[in-house]
Design a protein around this ligand. Structure first.
Ligand SMILES: C[S@@+](CC[C@H](N)C(=O)[O-])C[C@H]1O[C@@H](n2cnc3c(N)ncnc32)[C@H](O)[C@@H]1O
Length: 221
């Protein structure tokens, strides 16, 4: 009996360790990001929104608190629809309370790798999403998003870069913190660029922020 109890405890611990969970930081994530990156997290994401056009159906993956929904609504484009995916319950809760008047938003509380969409999308937006994933998870998530992105679709990809020594040091610290706070299991940026290359995507815009630590890229399928 005692042995069975011990076994259950260990297996639960292992299960919990498996995936990242941003619930613990949902209440202060935006403020922390603003403070540490001096506004670059938002600036970088805003810089790619001009590539969205009227009548687009947008898939946002790892949208966090959803602050970007107001920025998308403020584009005042015709007939925009958004599918907003995040696997943190509290992030989704916050996102639902954002002021995105005029925008049709469907919220999905789920891990993107496990999703089956019933539609295809004109635009995919993955802001600081892939940095949470291992190479294998990235492969699965990339394939899933790509499968539902229309031919000629646009992929707005904003994330960290690791091209200088201080980037590596900064990333190392960030991964340690997010491992403790959110159970992020990886400790390196995954090779997302090679997935775009292998998938035949064309990079049509690229801007750097925060001394090259953040890049905002626009890819065309
Ligand atoms: C670093 S935060 C970025 C939040 C937001 N995009 C921003 O820039 O402010 C990463 C977000 O991705 C979500 N996430 C991580 N892995 C995910 C997965 N496999 N499927 C869906 N969402 C995921 C987390 O819950 C979190 O809200």
């Amino acid at each position: 009996m005692v042995k069975a109890y011990k076994f259950t405890k260990i297996s639960i611990k292992r299960q919990v360790k498996k995936s990242a969970n941003y619930d613990n930081v949902a209440f202060f994530y935006d403020e922390l990001a603003e403070l540490v990156f001096l506004g670059a997290i938002r600036k970088s994401q805003r810089s790619v929104l001009s590539h969205i056009t009227d009548h687009s159906h947008i898939l946002i993956v790892g949208g966090g608190t959803g602050w970007i929904l107001k920025d998308i609504a403020d584009l005042h484009l015709k007939h925009l629809k958004v599918t907003f995916v995040d696997h943190s319950e509290l992030m989704i809760k916050k996102a639902k309370n954002q002021p995105f008047w005029g925008l049709e938003v469907e919220f999905i509380h789920q891990s993107v790798q496990a999703l089956t969409f019933s539609k295809t999308y004109d635009v995919a937006l993955t802001p600081f999403f892939f940095d949470n994933l291992s190479s294998i998870e990235t492969h699965k998530a990339f394939s899933k998003i790509n499968e539902f992105l229309k031919p000629q679709g646009i992929w707005l990809h904003v994330d960290f870069e690791n091209t200088r020594i201080w980037h590596r040091v900064f990333l190392g610290l960030m991964y340690k913190c997010f491992n403790l706070l959110c159970n992020v299991q990886t400790s390196n940026l995954p090779p997302v660029v090679s997935h775009f290359a292998d998938g035949g995507f064309e990079e049509i815009a690229h801007k750097a922020f925060y001394q090259g630590f953040i890049s905002a890229k626009v890819y065309k399928k």
